[in-house]
Design a protein around this ligand. Sequence first.
Ligand SMILES: C[S@@+](CC[C@H](N)C(=O)[O-])C[C@H]1O[C@@H](n2cnc3c(N)ncnc32)[C@H](O)[C@@H]1O
Length: 258
Amino acid sequence: MSRRLHTDRSSLAHRLRYALRHPTRVPPYLRRFVRDLRLRRMTGGDHVAYYRAVMKDDTARNPESAVGSATHERWLALGEMQFDYLVRHGLSPEDRMLEIGCGNLRAGRLFIAYLDPAHYHGTDISPEILLSARETLVRHGLQAKLPYLTLVDDLRLAHLPDGHFTVVHAHSVFSHSPVQVIDECLRHVGRVLAPGGFFDFTYNRTLGAEHQVLREDFYYRTETLVRLAESHGLTARPMDDWEELPHRQSRIRVTHRG
Ligand SMILES: C[S@@+](CC[C@H](N)C(=O)[O-])C[C@H]1O[C@@H](n2cnc3c(N)ncnc32)[C@H](O)[C@@H]1O
């Protein structure tokens, strides 16, 4: 079993060991540490406001690294990985898709190109990354596909219709979310999910104690998230075939019970 899955990245011992092994990563970490103190004071414990401010800062530097890709090649590859996975799982042009935390359409551009017009709906909490998403749309000539892109400040999905989406997707969103945010999403997602539809999300898995680093990266045990989904009348199962891909996060699929 990988040691990585037992690591508590919030512990001082881990941080010191990590700094010794990767000295070049210390300055960016310190920059994030100072930013965390400043933004925490500014946003007073509201996680969405906090993370929106993080995204504003990161997007101003580079929108592709703001969604987690260090290079353009990685941005393209991560989008393709998400797209190919869902196509292998039967995604068809008639599907109606909701992407929660769509970012600047790293994968969204491929979903939009593939799905029928107006079948893609992306939401995000960051106005800056949605402006970057609009640039991605233009760059890829996707105007005729008429995607919806909506700015949100919670995960209640209140602006969306009952039973509409056959596929809901949230990649690398719960890895940045405290459990209250995930709980809110799982409480409401069943309402917008079509009969037979599914909700896939990725998360940072730990086999040890659950923890977070600088309020930006959260680590959960699989059973916590499965139980949370079940507490909202849903069924959840880990997707083992996703583990075979070169990606550090794990994946869970949520469906209506029965
Ligand atoms: C690491 S990026 C991934 C973006 C996209 N899913 C992708 O794979 O390219 C995380 C995105 O989720 C958004 N986000 C974070 N928390 C959110 C929330 N509670 N609701 C909606 N979007 C959220 C961030 O603004 C950011 O654009």
